[in-house]
Ligand binder design. Sequence first.
Ligand code: VAH
Length: 316
Amino acid sequence: MKKIIITGALGQIGSELTTRLREVYGTENVVATDIRQPEHSKVVTDGIFEVLDVTDAERMRALVEDYTVDTFIHLAALLSAVAEAKPQLAWTLNMGGLMNALEVSREFDLKFFTPSSIGAFGPETPKDQTPQVTIQRPTTMYGVTKVSGELLGDYYFQKFGVDTRSVRFPGLISYDTLPGGGTTDYAVDIYYEALRNNAYTSFIDKGTYMDMMYMPDAVDLIIQLMEADSDQLTHRNAYNVSAMSIAPEDVEKAIQKHQPGFKLSYDVDPVRQGIANSWPNAIDTSAAQEEWGFSPKYDLEKMTADMLSKLKVKVV
Ligand code: VAH
């Protein structure tokens, strides 16, 4: 990677990835884009920023040509809960945007990354130690777009030679930018509410195990995968990645080590609980470990300590 364009740069992944890529590759070599242009975001003020609606193929092509990038990182998409509320919009945005990004990557011979998700699995998928290659029949529109995205990524690699790469992200936990309407957002909200009120009411039920990862590990692995030798990669679209399998009560215990009086209660949201129930408990990440050295640094304890210390500065 030398010069990179990113879509969805203001999102939960995009905001931290943009900052990191600017540090690693140089501010002048990162073109951050999103559909809006807030005045006070560091993504907008600290480097190159362009407004881009990813369903606008002409504008996307013009930016790629003008900035002579060699890598396309496509993050713009609706997440699971929002996609379930607006399934038709989710298909149009998630798949229309992805097709435009793959087409421009084909035309300009760009290296390409877009994330899949554990949401690409469904109720028939083995829930524990979910294999890298297994049945994928998701029952959410988000999952349908993610499986379709994986298949499109492989198709563009096999048919057109586009160097497509992808991972199935678990729930991502971060202190920089709030997530935008996912099922795993409880695992971010809980830290904010622990500091504000020393209490949190979870919309996901006790005993609901899902894969999770701290954002620094997610940002690191995107760079690691994109810098890996293409010949090393077999399961390009998309690698299972995860750092921990946790339930709300596990986060409660980890927070209580820092705030003994912290109280967790439950008010389950049937829609997001239904989505969570259709996903795995814990996925197998051996393919990513073997093919490109995936190795997350943060477990629940280390993440909790860092989240609470970083958020103390932000949360009033
Ligand atoms: C969501 N955070 O909840 C995203 C992610 C595995 C979860 O895909 O939709």
